[in-house]
Design a protein around this ligand. Structure first.
Ligand SMILES: NC(=O)C[C@H](N)C(=O)O
Length: 331
């Protein structure tokens, strides 16, 4: 009888770093097979582990094409009867973006678990092997099925929508600032105590190339010329990373109104790590004034995730108008 298997897709990152002959750290160079050969699993872990080295990149170099390739690979692998789940190893810098893209574009079903590491496999006290082992345990767990992509890091299990990188170097590199983790990996045990809400309207189909959507951070004294510059140089959608409840400097309002009048979709999220955007005020540059100018508020998503959502929505035609489809996804 063939054993059920977990397929591990490796994409690079610190977790796949390797020293070259001159002792320089080559981020993402290590092949998946070499990496997985050093992972130890509990004696009762019975699934077979199959490894595919998909990419050899630091995660700042991941592109839309890479995301589409990863999605395709997940769809094909999940369709195989003997596959229990999928693990993706990834650089931590953009891990939450890849996880969220898969969250909104893959049908829920078999577990898809992303992990990475803060310390390279050759560094003392590396978190690479324990994070991979924990991700494999979660991918093999029936509790993880149907939850959408999960991120496993430093023994915590997070939902793709909620997770953020919170430390540039420490091994507790990820957190879900609003909700906390869904659960933990405790030795051989996978303990899931919360179920993430699935975004309505997903999975989103992808019918054409994902277009350029830019992020515009609002900050004290930020120039409104950023808005025009983004559109003039080819952005077909914008995500404003707003202040607090979703605010911008007052002198942004005219440029924003010009852009929305041209039919360019604009979303606003908060730059705060937690809490929803909300029309709590009436001043110029408030969320209320942005909404009157046609800007779509998006709650509980970082700018980086909202930008992927908008680009993905623009890559497909839906039965409903874009604003309705944004509302479904952003609720
Ligand atoms: N810890 C890491 O993986 C960071 C690395 N720069 C990456 O994202 O590829």
């Amino acid at each position: 009888m063939t054993r059920s298997k977990i397929v591990v897709l490796t994409t690079g990152g610190t977790i796949a770093s390797q020293l070259d002959a001159s002792g320089r750290n080559r981020s993402g160079a290590l092949k998946g097979e070499t990496l997985l050969a050093q992972v130890s699993l509990p004696s009762d872990f019975t699934a077979q582990v199959e490894v595919r080295s998909l990419l050899q990149k630091p995660s700042n170099a991941i592109t839309f094409e890479d995301l589409l390739g990863l999605r395709e690979a997940c769809l094909n692998i999940a369709a195989q009867d003997d596959v229990l789940g999928i693990v993706i190893t990834h650089g931590t810098d953009t891990l939450e973006e890849t996880a969220y893209f898969l969250d909104i574009t893959l049908p829920v079903g078999k577990p898809v678990v992303l992990t990475g590491s803060q310390r390279a496999p050759h560094e003392p006290g590396t978190d690479a092997f324990c994070n991979i082992a924990d991700a494999l345990k979660v991918a093999a767990s029936s509790q993880a099925a149907g939850l959408g992509p999960l991120v496993v890091f430093n023994q915590s299990i997070f939902a793709a929508r909620q997770v953020r990188k919170v430390s540039t170097f420490q091994v507790h590199g990820f957190a879900a600032p609003d909700t906390g983790p869904l659960g933990y990996v405790d030795g051989a045990q996978v303990r899931l105590s919360a179920i993430p809400q699935r975004p309505a309207g997903t999975p989103l189909p992808i019918e054409s190339a994902m277009p350029r959507v830019d992020i515009l951070p609002a900050y004290l004294g930020a120039s409104p010329s950023l808005i025009e510059a983004a559109v003039a140089s080819g952005a077909v959608g914008l995500v404003i990373e707003g202040l607090g409840r979703g605010h911008v400097p007052p002198d942004w309002m005219q440029a924003i109104a010009n852009v929305t009048a041209r039919g360019i979709p604009v979303m606003v999220v908060s730059s705060c790590a937690s809490g929803p955007v909300h029309a709590s005020y009436e001043f110029i540059g408030s969320l209320a004034s942005l909404e009157s100018a046609g800007v779509m508020p998006v709650t509980d998503l970082s700018a980086r995730k909202a930008r992927l959502a908008l680009s993905t929505l623009l890559a497909s035609t839906g039965a409903q108008p874009l604003a309705e489809r944004v509302k479904l996804l952003a609720a």
